[in-house]
Structure formats: C-alpha cells, structure tokens
Design a protein around this ligand. Structure first.
Ligand code: ACM
Ligand code: ZN
Length: 718
C-alpha cells in the first residue's frame, strides 16, 4: 500500500485544504493525491479504442453540471477512457492531471467503477466551482458479489423508488440487486399465463379493511433491469419455492395440497400452505412461470428461495405421499431436496445457475448451486463442506438499536477467517416493518460501511468522516438516515390512576423528528410527551422533514366503569409481554393487533384468575374481557371465560360463562370479546373472571404439544 502511506505523509506537511482525504466510499486500493486541480469546465469525454459507451454515465453527469464543452473550440480539458487489459475484469486506474484525465480499464464494468469514483471525487472550491483534485488511483474489488436484497412483497416499492435506490447502490460500486418478488403477503410480478397471480395475489385486505398491494408489469421489470444494467448492477430475481407462497395459492388454490381457498397473508411469519410438489400440475405451473420470467432477466443466476418450508401439508397430502413413494424418498425433507434439485435441473437447462437460501442444503444439494447463508456460521460450514459457493448475509431490517453501526463495521463475510468459496455478501432488507418512507433509516449509513467492506475487503480508518457528505446528500434528496444507533420511533401510553389521565411518550430516532398526534377533532405536535384527558382513538405519527416516516401508531382508550380499578391477577402475567401487571387490565388502553405492544397480558399453560375491585358497589349490566388469537405465535383464545360478581369479595355469584366459535385454524391476529350480560342489573363491588386455557398446541402446529398462551386485555365493566 505505498500510495496510502504517501497520502498520510503529505497530509502532515501540506495545507489540508488541498489534500484533505477525499470522501471516497468505498476507499480505493491505492490513492496518491498530487498538487493541482482539473476544473470541471469545458470538458470533453473521449472514448478510446473499443470503449463504446463507457463514458455515457460520466457524460450525462457533466451535462447535468453544465461542465461539458458545447463544441470543439470550447474544449479546454479532456477525459479519456482507454483499454488496459492489465486492469482485470472489474478494476481500473484513474490519473487526474491539470488538463486531462485518463481512465484505464479492461472492461465496461471497470470503466463504470472508475466513473463512480470520479463522481465522488468532484469537489467544490470556495467560489462554488467544481473540480477534481489531481490524483492517481489504482483500484479493484475484494469480493465479486456486493449485493443487497429488497423484499417488495411485505411492502411494495414503486419503479421510481427502485431507480433512485439503484442509483445509490451503483454509486457505492455495489453490483447485485436481489429482487425478492414473491412471498406470502404479495406476488409482485406479472405472469401473462396466470393473470390471477397479480389480480388476486398482489393484493391483501388489511386488518382495518383497506386493500394493500401492487405489482410490476413485465415492461416495468425490463425497465428496472435495463436501468440497473446501465449502472453496472445485475438484477437477480427471486421467486419463492416451495414455501412462502400463500399469495400464489390464494390466486390458484389448486397449487396447495389442500386445494382450498385461502387469503393473501396479512401477518408476518411462516405459513403452512406451501406448493403441492406431489401433483404434476404444480410443476407445470412453476415451469411456465419460469419460462415467462427467465427472459426478463439477463442475470446468469436465478434465486428460488427454498427457505422455511413447513412439512405438515405434505405429510397429510395423498399426492405428496404418493410422490415420495414413487421417488423413493425417505421423508418430507428428502422431498424438499428432490424438489429443489428438480428445479435446479430445469433452470440449468435454461442456462441459469440456481441460488437458494441455506435450507436448500437439507437432504442433499448439488454442489453447483449457490447457497445464500442466512442462519449463521454452521450453515456456512455445511455449504463449504458440500462444495457450494456461497453468499453471506447481514440483515439490515434490524433496528439500529439492535444492530449498531459498530456491529456492521465488524461484519466479516468470511467463514472462520477463510474466504474460500465466498462469492461475497448481501445486506437483505426484509420489509415487514419497512417501506419506502422509512427504508433509509435502516440502510443509511450502514450500506456505505457494508459497501466498503465488500469492495475494499476491510473498513478503513476515517470512514465516519468520509461517509458524512454522502449522508448529507442523501438527506438532501429526501432519504431519512440513521444519525444514531436508535429505533426510528418508539411510543408508549400509560394510565395515571391519580389524575385519571393518560400520558403518551415517544422517542424519535433523530432530534429533528416530531410526533404528530390526532384524537377526534384535536391534533397537534409534541416532542417528548402528551397528556390525554379523554377517551377515544389516539394516533401518533413520526414525522421528518414534514413527511410521515411510518404509519401512525393507533391507541384506543375506552371508557368503562373498571377504569383505574385495582386488579388482582393470579398467577401474575409473564414479564415478557404486558408492561403493567398491576393495572394493565383496567387502564382503559386496548391491546392492538400486535401481541408485543405491551398492552396485552400473557399467561402460558395456565387458567388465570382475575379479580377487579370497583372500590364501591356499582350497578353492572355487562362484563367483558378482550382476548387475542395469533396461532403462529402460540396465542390461542381461551375456550371460555366464567364471570362472577360479589358485593364483598367473599360470597360469589356466577353470572355467565362466555364461549366462542373461533376455530384454532384461524391464524389471526384477531380479537374476540368474551361478554357476559346481566338479565337484570347487578349490584356488586367485585368481579372475578377465570380464563380457561385451550391446552396443548395441536399436531399440525409448528410448536405441536407446547403449552398455548392466553393474551387478555382488557376487563370492561358497563
Ligand atoms: C429468510 O430469512 N427466511 C431467508
Ligand atoms: Zn401435496
């Protein structure tokens, strides 16, 4: 690294203004700054032998900055691209002198990489005039696969967004955009032979009744692929198989083992309905889908997902069982391996190399497949032992409060310090909690660090200072970025029994964010906390730069006679969930569709008893308790709740036992009110309720035989 050492030496003894470290991300292999500048004025771009089109991106940049000479007589400075086979497939050299710039590259990709470096090198002096500092740079990537994945199923990202995103990726010399196009919550790509995939499969009905969705036409896919390709980025499509396909089965029920009508998923997680690989009709479908989609993507790779496939539908399906017998497969895991390999052979015939998430290793995998490792080093070691090339991952959908920037800096794509077989890595962005408004929070500045790790092989000193102008530019372009290792937004509402008011508190990830609140006709803005004196529906929306960065958090406060009443609960609810075991059932705050919202009280495997003291004898017409069902999270409605009343807490009178008709097959989240009506009004001070647990989880559940949970909130007395 002689160049870098030279730079450090020069910085010590020459004016900083001329030789400040350029804000290059990723940092190049070698850089030697020299005296002088090349003004960005009256420039011509010349393409040397065989360099057709190499200068296109640079030329349009210069036009945008009014730097390109308009005619021959005006040319003062020139940029020349020339072929130099010594630069390798992706590498380049740049020499900036006072009147000329020379770019040496062997390939178009090398020339594009050089162009991205030049774009970052442009500097404004105190008069606002742009220039490049005189410099000599020699550069080439450490890892071949420098990618990110975007999940457009859980939330949809329009084409214009994708282009802006691809621009940023390209500026960081990332070269792979892995497009996760299908999942349980939405099928996002047009397939002409199967129109219901997008008529039905691209849309879901949310809990509030609204429709959510979207998809890309084949024309739009081509547009995105071409846009990326012009910027040196290969688009790798992912079509999930044989799991994560609820949206496809919702469109064509005959694709599932049970062939029954299901809805596009509206919650997150792993779903039981997977493709029936026993019936040939499923294979015809999937091959037809591939036949239509493969021509849209010049990528030599095709990602088939392969992750998180529950086996219970296959176990119960006569067609799948017959298939296992016919193919001599020992069990359902063997059938998964068989299905993956059948697909791999089909793709190979079309000239595509298959990629799958690391579950594709289960039951045996052909060593020519590429394994995308997401579950950790053990899976990476298995892939290496099996001879598969692999892509490592660092998931960027984690909150910066959990995955801090220092942890991103420490990310090492190698396995046990060894880079053998490692093509590179991706920083996947799963979109359950992320959409176009908030994605910047999760991606910037992490991806700048990631890009440097993947390009340079290490994260060099001074990265924070070099990143700063990039982040400032992104914010100027409207991206929200994470300025600290914090959650984007956190809020809580607590009841104060003394004043019988509620206090909403909120923590925003950035100091320049605000919280907008609205309740009924009232609304306003607060920074730290808000006192609420009335019941109703409170909406809290985090806002940055005048725009919401997330959907509002909606909190419902209900009036009722038990508000603020003392509660005695036996046994106490789990500390993992409800925030307030003393008042959580009588604080007026209703649990939401999210079991982790802190408002639900949870008990596992027991029949909790709740006693409410209304403080004086009151007239009671109706008692009710709300309970949540979210079966994949082991939360099941109690079979029944019995309600009793008492004037003194000693002598109890049974009022009623409330039951329900909701089958355990209803995944949820859904809220059921267990209600007991008094035929004539009752005078009582105490209310007792016993919630009867539904017992062990059934055989088809992923947690079969485990104790189910009761989630309750709240006790309402009217
Ligand atoms: C995955 O996260 N299920 C690949
Ligand atoms: Zn089947």
């Amino acid at each position: 690294m002689p160049f870098r050492r030279l730079l450090t030496g020069i910085v010590c003894c020459l004016p900083i203004v001329l030789f400040a470290q350029p804000a290059l991300v990723p940092w190049p292999t070698a850089i030697e700054l020299k005296e002088g500048i090349f003004p960005l004025k009256q420039v011509s771009v010349i393409e040397g032998e065989g360099a057709q089109g190499w200068g296109r991106m640079l030329r349009s940049d210069l036009v945008a900055n009014d730097a390109l000479a308009r005619n021959q007589d005006e040319i003062l400075h020139s940029v020349r691209f020339q072929r130099d086979t010594a630069q390798g497939e992706k590498g380049y050299a740049i020499t900036v002198e006072r009147d000329r710039v020379t770019i040496d590259a062997a390939t178009r990709q090398g020339a594009l990489n050089a162009t991205q470096t030049l774009r970052q090198l442009a500097t404004k002096d105190s008069t606002g005039t742009r220039h490049w500092p005189c410099v000599r740079i020699q550069d080439a990537p450490a890892f071949a696969w420098r990618g990110t994945m975007l999940d457009v199923s859980r939330h949809f990202y329009p084409v214009d967004f994708l282009k802006r995103y691809i621009d940023v990726l390209a500026s960081l010399k990332m070269n792979i955009f892995h497009w996760h196009l299908t999942d349980d919550q939405g099928w996002r790509v047009e397939v002409k032979k199967y129109p219901r995939l997008t008529e039905v499969g691209a849309w879901r009905t949310e809990a509030d009744g609204s429709r959510y969705g979207g998809f890309y036409t084949q024309q739009e896919v081509k547009e995105v692929v071409a846009y990326a390709e012009a910027r040196g980025i290969t688009v790798v499509p992912e079509i999930e198989f044989p799991g994560h396909c609820t949206a496809a089965i919702a469109a064509y029920p005959w694709l599932g083992c049970r062939q029954d009508t299901i809805a596009v998923a509206t919650t997150w997680g792993v779903f039981h309905d997977v493709y029936c690989v026993g019936r040939e009709s499923t294979w015809t479908f999937f091959q037809n889908v591939l036949d239509e989609l493969i021509p849209l993507f010049p990528s030599p790779w095709f990602h088939i997902g392969g992750d998180e496939v529950p086996k219970d539908r296959w176990q119960a399906c006569p067609d799948c069982q017959a298939r296992m017998k016919k193919e001599g497969l020992a069990d359902e895991h063997g059938m998964q391996a068989w299905a993956v390999q059948r697909l791999q052979k089909y793709l190979a015939k079309q000239g595509k190399r298959m990629i799958g998430w690391d579950e594709v290793l289960e039951g045996g995998l052909d060593s020519t497949a590429i394994v995308e490792v997401w579950r950790g080093d053990d899976e990476a070691r298995k892939a290496r032992a099996n001879g598969n090339a692999m892509i490592r991952t660092i998931y960027f959908d984690a909150s910066p409060a959990n995955l801090t920037l220092d942890k991103v800096k420490a990310f090492d794509p190698r396995v046990d310090g060894d880079a053998r077989g490692i093509l590179g890595a991706e920083c996947p962005v799963w979109s359950e909690r992320i959409d176009p408004r908030s994605i910047g929070w999760y991606v910037f500045p992490r991806i700048q660090v990631f890009a440097e790790r993947m390009w340079s092989g290490e994260v060099h000193d001074g990265i924070d200072a070099r990143i700063a102008p990039h982040i400032a530019r992104l914010e100027h372009e409207g991206w929200i970025t994470a300025t600290a290792d914090k959650d984007l937004f956190r809020s809580a509402v607590r009841f104060d029994p003394g004043t019988r008011t509620w206090r909403a508190t909120a923590a925003c990830g950035r100091p320049d964010m605000q919280v907008q609140w609205a309740m009924g006709k009232d609304s306003g803005v607060f920074v730290d906390s808000l006192v609420v004196q009335q019941t109703g529906t409170l909406r809290l929306t985090p806002v940055w730069n005048g725009n919401a960065v997330q959907d509002p958090t909606v909190i419902t406060i209900t009036p009722n006679k038990a508000l603020g009443a003392k509660q005695e609960v036996s046994p106490l609810p789990s500390e993992k969930y409800g925030r307030d075991p003393l008042q959580g059932l009588t604080d007026g705050l209703l649990g939401t569709a999210s079991y982790g919202d802190g408002l639900w009280q949870g008990w596992q495997g027991v029949d909790p008893v709740v006693i409410i003291d209304l403080d004086s004898v009151r007239t009671i017409r109706e008692l009710s308790i709300r309970c949540l069902q979210q079966v994949p999270a082991w939360i099941v409605l109690p079979t029944s709740i019995s309600f009793e009343t008492s004037p003194d807490g000693k002598a109890w009178t049974m009022l009623a036992t409330a039951t329900h008709q909701v089958p355990i097959e209803e995944a949820g989240p859904l809220v059921h009110d267990f209600i007991a009506h008094a035929r004539t009004p009752i005078k009582a001070r105490y209310v007792r309720a016993v919630l009867h647990n539904s017992g062990k989880l059934p055989a088809w559940h992923l947690g079969a035989g485990g104790d189910s949970w009761i989630f309750a909130d709240e006790v309402i007395v009217r």
